[in-house]
Design a protein around this ligand. Sequence first.
Ligand code: HPA
Length: 268
Amino acid sequence: MTDPIATSAARLRASGFAPKIAVLLGTGWGPVAAAVQGAVDVAYTELPAFPTLRVGGHAGHVRLGRIGGRDVAVLAGRKHAYETGEADGMKGAIRTLAALGVQVLLQTNAAGSLDPAMRPGELMLITDHVNLVQRSPLFHEPGDDRFVDMSAAYDPALGAQAKAVAARLGIALHEGVYAWVMGPQFETPAEIRWLRQLGAQAVGMSTVPETIVARHAKMKVLALSMFTNMAAGMSAETLTHAHTMATAKTGTPNAVALLEALIPALEA
Ligand code: HPA
């Protein structure tokens, strides 16, 4: 077998788990991995379709196991477009999940808030996105199916289930539009004023490319943001990565509780 996706899917299948749902962990969401029972970890370095990561000394791994009795694949580690300028860093990984039989991609990320009512440490259901970067992981893709319909990129029924579970747990879950910026620099206040006029509630440097690959692969997508800061110019703070990481910790307990309850409840 020389096809990297088939090889990677076979390696994950050998764990004995057959997940229909996969979770891609963003900043602040890492502790979700501790909720996986019977965990088997497979390093990205063992998976030829997966990216090589260098951020923070972590190579990245897929954790297979169960949450609430349900088989899951949890991806810890993401290749960001700001590392290379290319949007296809996670293409092979997402396609491997599809080959494994995953039907739902649950994405998580850290984002800046553009709405004064959405505070650092709080969560938001992504209902839609703006691909400001105007790059695609489907550049160079042959075939007419590259013209993917994005009119319901974030599955409305899965979103409704997430809202219901959050309400049951008493966790505030905002809703809004996520604007994808390339980074790695944060935005200027002028850029943030412009994004607010566009109708975005959240801004971040990830998620959109993976959503596009997943929709092309006919997977459903559910995506959640954790606000780690008010966006540039909306508070007196200076934005730093360290500050973002520190604030993410305050949102982590709700993030973990929501996913632990949501994953077993999701009906794809
Ligand atoms: N801008 C872009 N990406 C981010 C931010 C932000 O303010 N916060 C966390 N990720």
